[in-house]
Ligand binder design. Sequence first.
Ligand SMILES: [Fe+2]
Length: 205
Amino acid sequence: MEPTKFYFLPKLAYGYNDLEPYMSEQQLTIHHQKHHQAYVNGANAILEKLDKSRKESTDMDVKATLKELSWNIGGHLLHSLFWGNLAPAGKGGGGKPSGVLGDAIEKEFGSFERFKKEFTQAAASVEGSGWAALTQSQQTSRPMIMQIEKHNMNVYPSTRIIMVLDVFEHAYYIDYKNDRAKFIEAFWNIVNWNQVNKRFEESWL
Ligand SMILES: [Fe+2]
């Protein structure tokens, strides 16, 4: 099969109502099918625009185009990661990390509770719209928490993103209105630690 030259919306590994009561069917459906799809469509539209402009040798506003592309691709990739690090509560979701990730978190943060507190504070205090991310530095081998503003600002080059939490208002408004803290608290019940651990192990490759 020829690899696609465009982005596409990934299917979820669970049903739209499987993350309830922490994330409702309506919230997840709209978030995935409308918001995430919009970033996919946005990125593809710019790729088509670039193709056309190059083919016809026309000029374009390179700065604005690249900015828009970064926003849409960042949004698409982060949402894909987000869906992958979630699982239904009690069926792969929730609890604590084990394995090498569990050990690395204890070593870096002192305890899982301390990590959870710092990550929660990072997510709660992202300015405007953005993400909290757990990353792995390739240089220092330290797991690090990162705040990503919008989809693409404050991203450190050469760090592998292991786990993300979307704190755009569109991620929680249907379920929690403007109460971001309540959404962050609910998030811990649906973290797929096996998947996060797998990404952590792969980050060494
Ligand atoms: Fe989102």
